[in-house]
Design a protein around this ligand. Sequence first.
Ligand code: GAP
Length: 453
Amino acid sequence: MADDVVTMDKIVSLAKRRGFVFPSSEIYGGLGSSYDYGHYGVLLKNNVKEQWWRAMLREREDILALDSAIIQHPRAWEASGHLAGFTDPLIDCRTCKLRFRADQIEQAQCGRKPSKHPGETDECDLTGARDFNLMFQTRIGPVQEEGSVVYLRPETAQGIFLNFKNYLQFGRKRPPFGIAQIGKSFRNEITTGNFIFRTREFEQMEMEYFVPPDDADRWFEHWLEQRVDWWTHLGLRPNHLRLRPHDSEELSHYSRATSDVEYLFPIGWSELEGIANRGNFDLTRHAEYSGQKLEYVDTATGERYVPFVIEPAAGVDRAFLAFMVDAYDEDEIEGERRTVLRLHPVLAPVKVAVLPLVRKDGQPELAKEVYLELRDHFQTEYDEGGAIGRRYRRQDEIGTPWAVTIDHQSLEDRTVTVRDRDSLAQERWAIDELAEGIERRLRAEWRSPKLDG
Ligand code: GAP
């Protein structure tokens, strides 16, 4: 099916209709750029995170896990450079009271009707550009005093650097080794929109890989390759994925080299993940601000150095959006239009739906038995309500790869039909072989059927 069937509006609408993502606080009119993940959204998001943990932890021996606090010592943000440098230049309009990013003012629209560009009319009263820090501030403790100001972390990475020393001590690792974490980050973004692409509260999957300085370039290349492989292995079409190196003006204050993994979203090519060589910036700065030694010492040789850091940093919500967009498809079955999410089976929120053909003749009872057996192995759903065609459509829309149907023959010979979401093939399988057969399919290599469309 052609790519152009996917639009952001279709994704937003499917996400809401099928309980993946809802606008937050909707009964109060919504809160700009805040979203709640519904039942199937939680399942899909968990699967994305599980695959990331799998690649970082289970399939390697050199990476350890961490779950650090969201609110950290405020000095950490001085050391990291975020307090001084994590800013966007902003321009305010005193007339319409709106705020614009100085670097995007040419494309911005002002609040008046009919809408104009800021500065276009005599009534526009624009301030000069002022730096606006993107960190959310709050206070700890009951007293509103200067010393109680803290920040919600704008990246999970710093929690890793703050724990570097602990990991050297307990982890018995020597560079190269990594520390990985998944968690919420917060940025008071000025330009949001595009659904869950850019929000103020989002989840990151970040890994800091500590290496001997001389090996940093080699490891940077290693992680570029690993991360592109991860996205393609989970089904993103390679022709919708690319690596884009940053030029020197674009680099963050800490970075020696960065490449973005970009995906061709309906809004155009946009960042999915950033992979950076952070050098020894963070450990050196935290050592300076904390007074602690943050270096690796080889006890055998006496060699000591501050490791360089290679960082693959991906967004969970952006990954979620990319997988939804890449999977979204429409086709026609017997003259009827169908919407289908062709997700990689390991990502699909529900792996198997168990459906009795009719709600009588002992079929629901046998279907329940099959359901109880399968749910021990996979996220499984039982559905007996409504015409079978409609039940299939519902499962197609949430991306369920296999539907098991119990019919009159099932009661005679304990076989069922297994319907494949993508090929629509229906095969007859013995009930006793279902769990093993589905497990085998889940482990098989997978390729997006949209590549052949
Ligand atoms: N520690 C490095 C770092 O935070 P980043 O490029 O600012 O780098 C990494 O963020 C990833 O986090 C991005 O590639 C994106 O997927 C995700 N991300 C960043 N800001 C986001 C936002 N406002 N909303 C959703 N995801 C965001």
